[in-house]
Design a protein around this ligand. Structure first.
Ligand SMILES: [Zn+2]
Length: 322
């Protein structure tokens, strides 16, 4: 099973279940990719696993029939509702899901209903859901998730136990990437910086090859002077532009830290300390601040879908002026 679940939260659910204190509805809140979905599934696994009693520290075995069925999305008592980003959760979908609430579970003790991004629920959908929240069935558990709790209807929120997911520290996240995902120490450090405490985000960044892109961006465009390629290759692609700007911001940030004498793990690019030192020596503090400012401006233009090529060219001139 996916190991991006939050162990502390899972532990709390296991303890509540043991004491017969599980509530009927929970709202998982926290930034995207922090592990809300994985934890919801892990809760389903821990409530259904046939072997969990074998050892105290394992919540589910991942091998028994219920575990395998949950993993492959085929468990008849675990229902998940997830709409595409930006789409609203309509009343029909909610009704279809909740029609199952009154039925007895097929193979589990409890039926589990998971609705992701509950902030997208329409008012009609919410009304259908409220009925279930007000008259819960003893053998059902409802888990709702959201990254924007302030947009969840108050009527829904107030009927759920809120479970906040808190981002990990950069250091803790890097350690976990090394330990659980066999990540190289430098890369883990770099990923942890950009992942903002979210393990899932770190894994996505890795899959998006940000690590590989990082070295190319530093070598070719920040240290190298491939002006034409910067405009043609980077500037023509929004994702690449974003990557370039993100890496450049982290590089300039590091340069400023190096200037104040920092040499340790506080640097995103700690593995390139020599190059950072040589690079920052070429600029005054004001010049570094200027590059930083124009890079932030370019990020803003990109968000607003405006053309950033001119600004990229200006940033290039600033980088390579000396
Ligand atoms: Zn199992």
């Amino acid at each position: 099973m996916n190991i991006e679940f939050n162990e502390n939260i899972l532990k709390r659910f296991a303890a509540l279940e043991k004491r017969g204190l599980l509530a009927h509805a929970y709202l998982f809140t926290g930034p995207a990719h922090i592990g809300k979905a994985a934890t919801a599934l892990a809760v389903a696994g821990s409530l259904n696993c046939e072997n969990k009693k074998e050892s105290d520290d394992a919540y589910f075995c991942g091998r028994c029939l219920p575990c395998l069925k949950i993993n492959s999305g085929n468990h008849p008592d675990v229902h998940i509702l997830q709409v595409a980003p930006g789409e609203s959760i309509k009343i029909d979908a909610v009704r279809e899901l909740l029609a199952q609430v009154r039925l007895r579970p097929f193979m589990a003790e409890k039926k589990i209903f998971i609705i992701h991004n509950i902030e997208n629920l329409t008012t009609e959908g919410a009304n259908a859901l409220l009925k279930t929240l007000e008259e819960p069935s003893a053998n059902s558990l409802l888990i709702l998730t959201t990254a924007v709790p302030e947009r969840v209807l108050e009527t829904v929120k107030s009927r759920c136990h809120v479970v906040p997911f808190v981002p990990a520290s950069q250091r803790a996240l890097a350690a976990r990437l090394v330990q659980d995902y066999d990540e190289d120490k430098d890369q883990a450090h770099f990923l942890a910086y950009f992942a903002e405490g979210c393990l899932g985000k770190a894994r996505r960044l890795k899959e998006d090859r940000l690590c590989a892109a990082k070295d190319e961006i530093i070598d070719r465009y920040i240290l190298g002077r491939e002006r034409e390629a910067l405009i043609k290759t980077i500037g023509a692609d929004k994702v690449k532009t974003r990557e370039f700007l993100d890496i450049l911001l982290s590089w300039i940030r590091d340069c400023m830290l190096v200037r104040t004498g920092v040499k340790d793990a506080r640097l995103v690019h700690a593995g390139r300390i020599r190059e950072l030192q040589n690079f920052q020596r070429r600029f005054s503090f004001e010049e570094l601040t200027g590059i930083h400012r124009e890079t932030v401006n370019a990020c803003r233009l990109l968000v607003e879908n405006l053309n950033v090529k001119i600004l990229l060219s200006i940033i290039g001139e600033m980088l390579w002026a000396k």
